[in-house]
Design a protein around this ligand. Sequence first.
Ligand code: SF4
Length: 88
Amino acid sequence: MANHVEETKEKLQNIGWEGGISTMYKCPLQNQCFLLATDDLLNVLKKTIEKMYCNRDYEKCIRYQLYRQGRAVPKNLLPNDRECLTIE
Ligand code: SF4
């Protein structure tokens, strides 16, 4: 495992990657995502979203997909394409 990490780091350095290996799977929208910033969402739900999407499979998040397509992202849209009823 350690060798794999070192190999990956070396490859990333070779292509000029400056984000570090630990951040490469994190959603690049985390600092601007309304869903993670709002107080209208239970903390336990935020933690679950971060674990399931933001820090792992962010490309599966419908919010991320819409943003990448340049489309509007509704505030109350959850990563699984459901509506969050506690956010208006
Ligand atoms: S909820 Fe989706 S768009 Fe927002 S930070 Fe997480 S993965 Fe990115």
